[in-house]
Design a protein around this ligand. Structure first.
Ligand code: SF4
Length: 357
């Protein structure tokens, strides 16, 4: 059967579900991982799991930017906000992420929330006697606007606390972990728009894992799942893109040029996971004057596991939110005990809000 033909013909959710049921191999469990909070949101809120064959497992992976931010970086951010000469600026979700000493919101002093990096320029101009620290977290999609901010005429009283992560590198860690046991990936559409669909080629070519780039509508995700299952049935293993309107093969060359003008790959710390080689971005040495870690000589703070929280296993696709004993009782979006309950992209938050208690 021709995969390209299915991509063209099957744009109807009901037809896609019927098609998936018809082609699914019944004699084996198939674990398909998404690595994007928005994909998990669509899958969970649409009830997709309940309409697919029982042996198809749709598992959320490390797709939530605030969930993977290291405890050390957050505690350093809290401590910076306690200084009288600084203002810490970051995205709203980051303010509520718990650590062993509390969150930025509960323990911080001078902090402000922004929805886009360029808002920092106004804050810096209004507070010329303060040092403005932008706590820049997330994957490739948030690194690009951070690089664009630096490219602007950045006031001298601004520096950047980087906690930028790279998606392909964490996926590579997952495929090497036999406990995860991924059979296929749905690759994130927004990240692909920056890094290009080609960034995922190594998964089918090197690791023999079918990978399909998908958007965020239920029918586009169903199409991606259909294309994956057809490949498995026909013993094929390729990279496919069903989100071609947004995610081009080469990605956004301008954004990538800007990112790698200021940053370089580095070994970085993932919450609950630890250091992964070349899995994040740090400033190049010549930009040390913009690097908060260098300016304030920030220490590495040892992470402590939150008692009862299994976010580390959920981020790695080894457990589902409702396997946590604290889920929906002690830990809720109003009172998050772990990072996965904080953000709209966190698997625990999504499952709780979708009523999967
Ligand atoms: Fe962590 Fe709360 Fe999720 Fe449990 S329910 S894994 S404590 S975030």
């Amino acid at each position: 059967m021709n995969i390209e033909k299915i991509i063209k013909v099957h744009d109807n959710p009901q037809k896609l579900i019927e098609f998936i049921k018809a082609i699914t191999l019944k004699d084996r469990k198939i674990k398909i991982m998404n690595v994007c909070g928005s994909h998990e949101h669509t899958i969970t809120f649409s009830g997709m799991r309940s309409v697919l064959p029982e042996n198809i497992e749709l598992v959320p992976g490390p797709g939530c930017p605030v969930c993977v931010c290291s405890e050390s970086d957050i505690i350093n951010a809290i401590n910076l906000s306690k200084r009288d000469d600084t203002i810490l600026v970051t995205y709203g979700d980051m303010l509520r992420v718990p650590t062993k000493i509390g969150s930025i919101r509960t323990e911080g002093k001078n902090y402000k929330m922004v929805s886009a990096p360029h808002e920092i320029i106004k804050i810096a101009k209004e507070n010329p006697d303060k040092h403005i620290v932008f706590f820049s977290i997330g994957f490739e999609t948030t690194t690009a606007p951070t690089a664009a901010l630096i490219e602007m005429d950045l006031p001298e009283n601004v520096s950047i606390l980087t906690a930028q992560k790279l998606t392909p590198e964490i996926m590579e860690l997952l495929v090497k972990d036999s406990e995860v046991g991924v059979d296929a990936f749905v690759a994130p559409g927004h990240v692909s728009a920056i890094v290009g669909a080609k960034a995922w080629k190594k998964f089918p070519e090197k690791y023999k894992i079918p990978t399909v780039v998908a958007g965020f509508e239920p029918e586009n995700l169903l199409l991606a799942i259909a294309v994956i299952l057809l490949q498995i049935k026909e013993n094929q293993c390729e990279l496919k893109n069903v989100y071609k309107g947004v995610a081009k093969e080469e990605g956004n060359k301008k954004a990538l040029q800007l990112i790698y003008k200021y940053f370089q790959k580095a070994d970085v710390n993932w919450r609950g996971i630890g250091y992964i080689p070349e899995s994040g971005l740090e400033f190049k040495e010549k930009y040390n004057h913009l690097n908060t870690k260098k300016i304030f000589n920030l220490p590495e703070i040892k992470e402590e596991k939150i008692l009862g929280c299994i976010c580390d296993r959920i981020i790695l696709g080894k457990a589902y939110p409702d396997e946590c004993k604290l889920f929906g009782t002690v830990c809720t979006p109003r009172n998050p005990k772990g990072p996965c309950m904080v953000s709209l992209e966190g698997a625990c938050n999504i499952w709780y809000k979708a009523g999967r208690k």
